[in-house]
Design a binder for this molecule. Structure first.
Ligand SMILES: Cc1ncc(C[n+]2csc(CCOP(=O)(O)OP(=O)(O)O)c2C)c(N)n1
Ligand SMILES: [Mg+2]
Length: 610
């Protein structure tokens, strides 16, 4: 056996650089890194020696670097991913939130935090978390519940099994998620005689599991009894590249399709069978179809509460649930009849089994009514003097200035719900929403990842003032790396959506808008100046007309462009939507809370968990 003597870190990076996807591209497109004592000497030296084949990029925060990596993988339908390395301790735990985000959204990312000395010589090393009773605990144990695969590398040769397991996990359509390889600092630097074969190029094909024929038969039998079924398109349609299959299936059987946040843009918005967004932030058209449907067929959806209206949406007393999902866990949720398979393969098999079945067409007038209501809020004229524009008008302006290459993205705040309702998405993945973890601070970093994934697209990042304040520093990275993104920052001076939620649950306005928070001096943040200080081009606009003009400028600008607009924190789109289960206090001194509790109990009666 021919061997080569490398450190464990050098071997890891060399191995990673040699793993390809089925298109022949490196599966790991590059590595985001912030160095500290836990990774600079070992992993850092190894990344430098492989820099021709695996690029290294430097960001400003481990969490947001990982957001960039995760957004990249999401935008590419999990066909490629990135890695992120940190030092031990705070750099590592900064990534835990991002790991959770990837875990919830089933997205691949390779996290490689440094870890304490396996040999324990210098214990406690700087930043070491000391457990009095357990010698094996380090800060990195926080990653265990939020990693699909976690390993701690305490001897070089563990990499021989750990690295293939890591790539297996990231390229498995059912198990896909974040991998954490916690890499002990001394082990990174330790040499070992590796077989050269270990570094041979290897291709990881994402398999397409075919359905079990008995499951196909059972599910088809249920569907054949249906009169007015509905299809819920989730993120699995994108990841399974099942867009054409979905469209063909829906058209052949005349079944309306509704879309989750992750599934939006599965069908073009104006396709006759796309009845729009579903659930808490859904369209009246989609929700009417769902309320009535006798069979609900989920395709690649996790059925999270925003999709199901906290399980109060599907009101047909005889309704049955079918879940076509590549992951058996999701295929069997809430009493669903499972069809465990790749989305495209499952739809094809089901189409065959259904033969010439036909269902009652959904009423197209539902769609017309919805769009009339939606257009009224997005296309409302600029408000009277002294009144602020709404976030819905901002969406209208961004929509009017969007082209065929626009990708709109967001994660938390008012905008995700409003975009889900109101954005008209054309091509698949022209709408990128992180609404599994809905993590404030994903936005700017995520936009960078999307642009790196699809450099030809125009990426528009919609962000509230709250999310911007939580994480904005990768804007400087976008400037430095020449990653051109457009940021539309809606400044309503606080956490507008949570303030509205507080009010709707009977709460006093408290601790959400900045004016309602403890203060000596009122907060007046100059966001345009802030973004400009990081090198972005910025505009502060007052009206929707000015916003549209700035968006034209943004498209021509060479680098990141930030448009700031003050908006009204109170209005939201009243049309559409459905109940969301947010528990209201059972006893309270406040009359509005007691009233809200009564409404809550009424709504709870409609909840049907199985
Ligand atoms: C990291 C994180 N912390 C808290 C929350 C809960 N949360 C959801 S939206 C929101 C406020 C968002 O404020 P902003 O970005 O200004 O959006 P707005 O609703 O005001 O438009 C909060 C606190 C969250 N989603 N993520
Ligand atoms: Mg806000």
């Amino acid at each position: 056996m021919k061997t080569i003597r490398l450190t464990a870190a050098q071997a890891a990076i060399r191995y990673i650089a040699n793993q390809l996807n089925e298109d022949g591209e490196p599966f790991i497109a590059g590595c985001w890194a912030i160095f500290g004592h836990g990774n600079v000497a070992g992993i850092g030296e190894a990344l430098h020696s492989e820099r021709e084949r695996l690029q290294t990029w430097r960001g400003h925060n481990e969490q947001t670097m990982a957001h960039t990596a995760i957004a990249y993988a999401k935008q590419l339908g999990r066909r490629r991913a990135m890695m992120v390395t940190s030092s031990i301790g705070p750099g590592a735990t900064n990534m835990v939130t991002a790991a959770a985000l990837a875990h919830v959204n089933r997205l691949p990312v390779l996290l490689m935090p440094g870890d304490v000395f396996a040999g324990r010589g210098p214990d406690p090393v700087l930043q070491q978390v000391e457990d009095f009773d357990d010698g094996t605990v380090s800060a990195n144990d926080c990653f265990r519940p939020v990693s699909r695969y976690f390993d701690r590398i305490m001897r070089p040769e563990q990499l021989l099994t750990a690295l293939p397991r890591a790539f297996r996990t990231m390229t498995d359509p059912a198990d896909c998620g974040p991998v954490t390889l916690a890499f002990c600092q001394d082990v990174q630097a330790e040499a070992y005689d590796w077989s050269e074969d270990f570094f041979a190029q290897k291709t990881w094909r994402i398999r397409r599991p075919q359905p079990d024929l008995v499951e196909v038969r059972q599910v088809a039998a249920i569907l054949r009894t249906a009169r007015n079924p509905v299809i819920i398109a989730g993120g699995g349609v994108h990841y399974g590249q099942a867009h054409a299959n979905l469209q063909a299936f829906a058209e052949r059987f005349d079944i309306p399709v509704v879309e989750t946040q992750a599934g939006k843009s599965s069908l073009p918005w104006d396709h006759r069978l796309n009845f729009g967004p579903v659930g808490v932030t859904g369209a009246s058209s989609a929700n009417a179809v769902c309320a009535d449907a006798d069979v609900v067929l989920g395709v690649g959806t996790r059925f999270q509460d925003f999709t199901t209206g906290s399980w109060a949406l599907f009101n047909n007393p005889g309704r049955k649930l079918i879940s076509l999902n590549v992951q058996a866990y999701d295929a069997s949720k809430h009493g669903a009849e499972p069809l465990c398979a790749d989305a495209a393969a499952g739809l094809s098999a089901l189409a065959q089994a259904l033969g010439d079945a036909r269902f009652a067409a959904a009423d197209p007038a539902l769609k017309a009514d919805w769009f009339a209501a939606a257009d009224r809020v997005t296309d409302a004229p600029d408000p009277e003097e002294n009144a602020l524009p709404t976030d819905m008008q901002v969406i209208g302006a961004v929509q009017r200035s969007a082209g065929p290459k626009t990708v709109v993205m967001c994660a938390a705040g008012t905008m995700p719900g409003e975009l889900h309702k109101l954005w008209k998405a054309g091509r698949p993945m022209s709408y990128h929403m992180e609404y599994g973890y809905s993590c404030m601070g994903y936005e700017i970093a995520g936009a960078i990842g999307i642009k790196m994934a699809e450099p030809d697209q125009d990426v528009v990042c919609m962000i509230g003032d709250g999310s911007y304040m939580m994480a904005n520093s990768e804007l400087a990275t976008a400037v430095m790396m020449g990653v051109k993104i457009t940021v539309v920052l809606t400044d309503n001076r606080g956490f507008g959506c949570i303030n509205r939620l507080q009010m709707s649950t009977g709460g006093a306005e408290f601790n959400n808008l900045l004016d309602h928070a403890q203060h000596v001096n009122p907060s007046r943040i100059d966001f345009a100046a802030h973004a400009a200080s990081m090198g972005a081009e910025t505009r502060k606009v007052a009206t929707i007309a000015e916003l549209e003009a700035a968006l034209v400028e943004a498209r021509e600008a060479p680098g990141p462009f930030v448009v700031v607009i003050d908006t009204d924190p109170y209005p939201s789109t009243e049309a559409g939507g459905s109940w969301w289960d947010v528990a209201v206090p059972e006893v309270s001194a406040r009359e509005p809370v007691r009233k809200a509790r009564e409404r809550y109990l009424e709504n709870l009666k409609r909840q049907r968990v199985n």
